[in-house]
Design a protein around this ligand. Structure first.
Ligand SMILES: [Fe+2]
Length: 463
């Protein structure tokens, strides 16, 4: 047995193998570009290291890309064959990978959580469980998972900053901005490469509508985060969200072209950034030109790929908005077939398709067909069922916007008025929301209130 830098025991042929494992995990924690490259180093030093195989399997599943996911079965078989003499902790990791390959993501998370009861310094289990709770919209589990391990961590333990960043993000997504912000900032002070912690602070500033600070936060760390992997693009997307709410639409388009969709990408976060931003711009009346086309082209390659419902909805938005409605409909049919093919099964995402992804996809297609009454009909009940889609509140908001847009376009004046009252209460620094609220109030004949709302929008833009 050899130990990692936190004292966790590994079945390996040498310390060099465990050190290589540590390096790869470190790179993963920092959203670096070289995690996969470092994984090769483990294979060179110790091809029989069971946790090396497990890590490879996790990396194949995490990006939700079909060509990688397809390779995870072989890796699992190898990990299982190597696990005979492994520790209980390592065997549980193999079981978690098996559950992932079977699509039973909730069982996988339960296995990781059981590892953390006895091994709170298993930073791989901790970080990957955090990510997958987030992907399932299991926000209470994400928060509690981190709370359980925190007493076992302090600044003397390598990787503490990353753990603090996860704790911060888990609080932020549970709307505890007051606790999350200083924790996220401290984690970035410990290690500026900790882009996930930096991302937590970006979410706090977005959630609180602190527009200028949100822009400055990303500006201040841009040089460090540029050196991270593709997740940095998501930080530029966050900055552009503030531009959007300040109605700086040219800046949004510049950021789109020069920072977060500079060329067609296969990366799902890139696709989600691009698709969701164009949808927002389009609904606010900005001409996005032919920008939908390149996202749609990548999305068209994933029509029959059912790995993550959240991503699928971004593919469907791109196909629909690029005018490729037949392909969007085919993808929706594939989603229905997937859900029907797994009735009451342990495949976690099957229920998510049934309850949330399929209705939202139907609403997106209705939006594309300008059938706004249908969008409203679907989204009014579905908006409260979207949490299992995963992603952040800021990301899922694109479909809340789709509902508001539909209510306004369908001339449902009273409903528009109350939904925008709700929205401006939740996001009081959004100039476009106040402008839409003014429009809805005018439509209801409430001229004085409309004037006040319009004044609020102007005040925000002048600030
Ligand atoms: Fe985000």
């Amino acid at each position: 047995m050899y130990c990692d830098k936190r004292g966790l025991a590994f079945t390996a042929s040498s310390q060099e193998a465990v050190d290589a494992f540590d390096s790869s995990v470190d790179e993963f924690l920092a959203s670096g570009r070289d995690a996969a490259l470092l994984l090769k180093r483990i294979a060179e030093v110790d091809p029989e290291m069971v946790m090396g195989q497990v890590l490879r399997g996790y990396f194949y599943r995490l990006p939700a890309l079909p060509h990688l996911a397809a390779q995870s079965g072989d890796v699992l078989a190898k990990a299982e064959s190597l696990s005979v003499g492994a520790s209980d902790r390592e065997k549980k990791h193999v079981q978690a990978l098996a559950a992932w390959c079977e699509g039973d993501i909730r069982r996988m998370n339960t296995i990781w959580e059981s590892i953390l009861v006895d091994h709170p310094h298993d930073i791989l289990a901790l970080r990957i469980a955090h990510t997958m709770h987030f992907f399932l919209g299991d926000l209470a589990q994400m928060r509690d998972s981190m709370a359980r391990v925190m007493p076992r961590w302090d600044e003397s333990i390598p990787g503490y900053g990353y753990v603090l960043g996860c704790r911060a993000f888990s609080l932020e997504e549970n709307h505890d901005f007051a606790q999350a912000e200083p924790m996220g900032k401290r984690a970035v002070e410990i290690n500026e490469n900790d882009i996930w912690a930096g991302h937590c602070v970006a979410h706090v500033l977005e959630g609180m509508g602190r527009r200028q600070e949100g822009i400055e936060w990303v500006d201040a760390h841009e040089e460090a985060w540029k050196k991270r992997g593709t997740f940095a693009h998501h930080m530029w997307w966050h900055r552009a969200l503030h531009y959007l709410e300040l109605e700086r639409f040219d800046d949004v388009l510049n950021a789109y072209d020069r920072q977060f969709w500079t060329k067609p990408s296969e990366d799902n976060t890139d696709i989600c950034n691009a698709s969701a931003m164009l949808m927002r711009l389009d609904m606010l009346g900005t001409d996005v030109g032919d920008r939908w086309d390149s996202i749609a082209e990548v999305s068209a390659g994933r029509i029959d790929t059912r790995l993550r419902p959240f991503n699928d909805l971004h593919y469907i938005m791109a196909l629909t908005m690029a005018g490729r409605r037949d392909e969007a409909s085919t993808m929706l049919d594939s989603m229905r077939a997937f859900a029907d093919g797994h009735p009451e099964s342990s495949v976690t995402i099957a229920a998510t398709y049934r309850d949330a992804a399929i209705p939202v996809a139907e609403a997106i297609l209705a939006h594309g067909a300008k059938d706004y009454a249908r969008v409203v009909e679907i989204m009014m009940p579905t908006r409260y069922k979207m949490l299992p889609l995963g992603g952040s509140w800021a990301q899922r908001d694109v479909w809340e916007r789709m509902l508001i847009n539909a209510v306004l376009k369908d001339g449902q004046h009273s409903l528009a008025r109350v939904l925008l009252a709700e929205r401006t209460a939740m996001a009081p620094t959004s100039a476009p929301s106040w402008s839409m609220y003014a429009e809805a109030l005018d439509d209801c004949g409430e001229t004085a209130e409309a004037k006040a709302a319009r004044g609020k929008a102007a005040e925000l833009l002048a600030a």
